[in-house]
Design a binder for this molecule. Structure first.
Ligand code: FES
Length: 160
């Protein structure tokens, strides 16, 4: 997964261009194009969004609005590790708030020390595994019915 800014020689720019061209640069393909861009670059930089706006002939404010509205789009580069904490009803009732706080605390602690957090914390409203509540997806692997202590241990093991 790459997180660097696009350059002219960057092959990912070409791939994104191809994806837009396949859609005939149609403005209604915006969400699909943003999905492709995020898959290619790992996140959506403001420059990238402006470029997409230009190509799809949309106001940049509209593109930025869409990118910030949906929580599956990320405008910041991701850290080395990612914790997606489900805060849907079942998970919330089962203690997701504590899991979220424990995860966010790691980032705050790193920032307080002047370090770049090694963890990106994201929230989802339901990841479709309510029977496993509370659930956290840590680096792509689901932690079912996870307790705060178990999550803390996993994060310690990752060194975040
Ligand atoms: S509410 Fe968390 S998986 Fe459904």
């Amino acid at each position: 997964m790459g997180t660097t800014a696009p350059t002219v020689k960057d092959n990912r720019v070409k791939l994104l261009e191809r994806a837009m061209s396949r859609q005939g640069y149609a403005s209604h393909a915006l969400i699909e194009v943003l999905h492709t861009a995020q898959e290619l670059f790992g996140y959506l930089s403001v420059d990238l969004l402006k470029d997409v706006a230009k190509k799809l002939k949309l106001p940049p404010s509209r593109v930025l609005g869409v990118a910030t509205f949906y929580n599956f789009f990320s405008l910041k580069p991701k850290a080395e590790h990612t914790a997606l904490v489900c805060t849907g009803t079942a998970c919330y009732v089962a203690g997701a708030k504590d899991l979220l706080e424990a995860s966010e605390h790691r980032c705050k602690r790193a920032l307080a020390k002047g370090e770049t957090p090694k963890l990106t914390v994201q929230q989802a409203r339901c990841i479709g595994s309510c029977g496993l509540a509370p659930a956290v997806v840590l680096d792509g692997g689901i932690l079912p019915r996870v307790t705060k202590a178990e999550l803390e241990k996993k994060l310690d093991d990752l060194g975040v």
